[in-house]
Design a binder for this molecule. Structure first.
Ligand SMILES: NC(=O)c1ccc[n+]([C@@H]2O[C@H](COP(=O)([O-])OP(=O)(O)OC[C@H]3O[C@@H](n4cnc5c(N)ncnc54)[C@H](O)[C@@H]3O)[C@@H](O)[C@H]2O)c1
Ligand SMILES: O=C(O)C1=N[C@H](C(=O)O)CCC1
Length: 253
């Protein structure tokens, strides 16, 4: 039996990409979308978020894949949990309070994969950053990310995950977001955000020592890498124990 999927943020950049790949897959069935905009998604109905409970009852999806905006995603996640629908959440930009709301809605109720980046490459990149931080904690560290001109949140969710990894390995360090004027470098972590054009998603972490630098970087060329990862997570999550998983769990990393 095909896995039935609904996409939230259906008419956005990621929603469209995920929708296209699901509509071409034999083991998945796209049963509709949720969005504030009007439209349809590969021949399926897209309804406003206000009708989400009725839509779930009618379509009986196995999984909701959410690529929308933070405030909307929190409400869509609560609705999925109320209706016993598994979750794949790619939306970024959650505040710590929103993250807590999500945890209490999901834990013990439905299984959910939540990741700031579903690309396989980025999940490997995070592991390399962790290893470099373990070995090079006394080097100066600078994180840089670049995305398209329409991105709503900064720094990216992926960059925030990088900062979490660095904090876990090195202890919490001050973050300096861009620099201007006189600077005196201490052991802060510099964070730099670029927005422009149609950049799909670039991240790099520079470890700078005396006489050498190591730079670990990832560049996405097409949103399909995120969409394929999210779909891999959707296949994996249905039927799991009701708790929050990461993409590292999906990949067995
Ligand atoms: N985790 C990952 O791998 C990954 C990859 C790419 C993007 N993202 C994140 O996914 C999110 C979406 O990115 P995008 O480029 O597709 O953005 P987008 O602006 O193109 O699409 C977002 C869509 O959500 C819709 N929306 C707004 N309110 C809604 C609601 N209440 N219910 C349902 N839909 C609603 C908007 O109308 C829009 O169509 C962002 O947070 C982005 O950072 C994550
Ligand atoms: O295009 C976006 O928006 C992306 N968002 C994610 C993030 O914030 O890290 C992943 C990369 C693309």
């Amino acid at each position: 039996m095909a896995i039935k999927a609904v996409i939230s943020g259906a008419l956005g950049r990621m929603g469209g990409t995920v929708g296209r790949i699901i509509s071409e897959a034999h083991d998945l069935e796209l049963v509709g979308g949720i969005d504030v905009k009007k439209g349809s998604l590969f021949g399926t109905e897209v309804v406003p978020a206000t009708g989400i409970d009725a839509f779930f009852k009618e379509k009986k999806p196995d999984v909701l894949i959410d690529f929308s905006v933070a405030a909307a995603a929190v409400e869509n996640i609560k609705a999925a949990a109320r209706n016993n629908v598994a979750l794949v959440v790619g939306t970024t930009g959650f505040s710590p309070a929103q993250r807590k709301e999500i945890e209490s809605a999901v834990e013990g109720k439905v299984p959910a994969v939540i990741s700031s980046n579903f690309s396989v490459g980025v999940n490997i990149f995070w592991k390399l950053v962790r290893e470099a931080a373990r070995q090079l904690g006394d080097y100066d560290i600078e994180v840089t990310e670049a995305h398209h001109r329409y991105k709503k949140d900064a720094p990216s969710g992926t960059a925030k995950t990088i900062l979490d990894i660095l904090d876990q390995e090195l202890g919490e360090r001050e973050k300096v977001y861009g620099r201007v004027g006189a600077t005196e470098r201490k052991d802060e972590i510099g964070v730099h955000v670029i927005r422009g054009g149609d950049i799909v998603g670039d991240h790099s972490v520079l470890f700078a020592g005396n006489f050498e630098c190591i730079e670990i970087s990832h560049r996405a060329y097409d949103r399909a890498v995120f969409a394929q990862g999210a779909i891999r997570a959707a296949r994996w999550i249905v039927g799991r124990e009701p708790r929050i998983y990461t993409m590292q769990d999906v990949l067995g990393l």
